[in-house]
Design a protein around this ligand. Structure first.
Ligand SMILES: O=C(O)CCC(=O)C(=O)O
Ligand SMILES: [Fe+2]
Length: 444
């Protein structure tokens, strides 16, 4: 409903807020309205969010990627879009959301594979490497930051710490200056120069790449996936990581709300390999129901417990989850706050001869491939002269299976008092000279 109000008011946040206020579909108290906005930020229908009081919201806002574009009014022809039927429009304008089913616990790798476009992998790293990597990242995280952006009339912060790393080379050639040459943008502003992969992260990445490539051999490929060649000793390599985003959650309260990862530099149908170290937390996935199926399908939430690498003796100890295509297009994911946690007991002390200190931290490293055909220089700019972001049209999946349309939209508002422009453009892979993609090289 909030997104619709924004569209109807041509991206004017003030007008949108006023129309929501006037709407008879929302409850009348200010408190309830704030909770609705929170639900929207988190992707909606989250019973935990419903229970939280307004005063908690400030510390529990989710990170940027899930915030819909603040100016979503199309300024180019939408002739490729499928008009909503009147029933859908009525359902949508009444703010109806698909009924939720109770969450399903995916407690083993088979269940994960069956229900979501992800795979789970056990005991990925040698236990000592996993422990050392935890210590390295935990120390580095003392200097990490919370993401900040504008939401309506206030600045919000991500409820966890985050940092960005770039690998020595870009995965395509020996160019070691690639990250200095590339100015990435995030949250509507240029990012700080990325850090280099520490040696332990590089070792972990090489192991993760092998697992991802083995898995990809067995999977269906999607038309717009990258199909270029990688610099790899293994000629069968279908995926390389050249960047990593890392998150640190201290205790059970730190979290990340429902979002799908920004595709601006990843391109459509990315593969993202997400490694968990430290305390066990639950990874939650929720399908986004296409608009034309809202009346007949129910949305389900899936919970996947993710544990530290070295807990290999337990059957339910997972440490690497690979989000395959089309996870970002069809699902949102989150690490929701939890009231109780078990401390992590590292297997070796940080310094030889010192006592082992239990920790309440979870470190997550998501290894990603930034595509050469989605380099910063090739990203269209909006009327604010800020690089746009690439968003999948999750709600209008015409075959009901995957997004077939992506938009470039203004994101300048995230750093500019919430004020962006109306820029909105359909991404056209061929016309923009992007690729090669799986569909153009005829690989199944
Ligand atoms: O911590 C996690 O497992 C998820 C992190 C995440 O979703 C992200 O970095 O985009
Ligand atoms: Fe994410």
């Amino acid at each position: 409903m909030i997104l619709e109000a924004l569209i109807n008011s041509e991206g004017d946040v003030g007008k949108a807020a006023k129309s929501i206020q006037d709407s008879s579909h929302l409850l009348s108290t200010r408190k309830r309205k704030a909770v609705d906005i929170e639900e929207w930020v988190r992707g909606g229908n989250n019973s935990q969010a419903k229970k939280r009081s307004v005063t908690n919201l400030k510390t529990e806002q989710s990170e940027l990627p899930m915030v819909p574009q603040l100016s979503s009014k199309p300024e180019v022809s939408t002739s490729t879009s499928k008009p909503a039927s009147s029933t859908e429009q009525t359902a949508h304008s009444m703010g109806k959301k698909p009924t939720q089913l109770p969450p399903l616990l995916l407690s083993n790798a088979l269940m994960v594979k069956e229900h979501v476009p992800c795979t789970l992998h056990y005991s990925v790293l040698p236990p000592e490497l996993a422990c050392k990597l935890f210590y390295v990242m935990s120390d580095l995280s003392n200097h990490w930051k919370r993401n900040k952006w504008w939401l309506f009339d206030r600045v919000v912060e991500s409820p966890h710490l985050t940092s960005f790393f770039a690998r020595q080379t870009n995965g395509l050639d020996d160019n070691e200056d690639w990250q200095e040459a590339a100015q990435f943008w995030y949250n509507g502003r240029p990012t700080d120069p990325p850090q280099k992969f520490p040696p332990e992260m590089e070792m972990a990445c090489e192991i993760v790449e092998k697992i991802v490539n083995k898995e990809l051999q067995t999977r269906e490929r999607w038309p717009l996936e990258w199909a270029g060649s990688y610099r790899a000793t293994d000629s069968t390599a279908m995926w390389k990581a050249n960047v990593a985003a890392s998150n640190c959650y201290r205790g059970g309260k730190e979290s990340v709300g429902f979002h799908s990862d920004q595709l601006t530099y990843l391109g459509p149908y990315p593969t993202i390999a997400s490694l968990s170290l430290g305390i066990r937390r639950q990874f939650t996935l929720r399908e986004v129901i296409p608009r034309d199926q809202v009346m007949e399908r129910k949305a389900r939430t899936f919970n996947v417990p993710l544990a530290h690498n070295s807990e290999q003796s337990f059957d339910d100890s997972f440490q690497l989850i690979i989000m395959h295509a089309p996870c970002q297009e069809n699902f949102k994911h989150a690490i929701l706050p939890q009231s109780a946690i078990d401390l992590y007991h590292p297997m070796i002390p940080q310094e030889p001869g010192t006592p082992i200190e239990p920790s309440n931290k979870r470190i997550n490293i998501t290894f990603r491939f930034y595509r050469p055909d989605f380099q910063p220089a090739s990203i269209p700019r909006c009327h604010c002269n800020v690089p746009t972001i690439l968003r999948p049209d999750m709600k209008n999946r015409s075959d009901g299976k995957c997004a077939d349309r992506y938009w470039w939209t203004c994101y300048a508002g995230a750093q500019n008092d919430g004020k962006g422009c109306n820029f909105w453009k359909v991404m056209d892979m061929d016309a923009e000279g992007r690729g090669p993609c799986i569909n153009s090289v005829n690989v199944k």
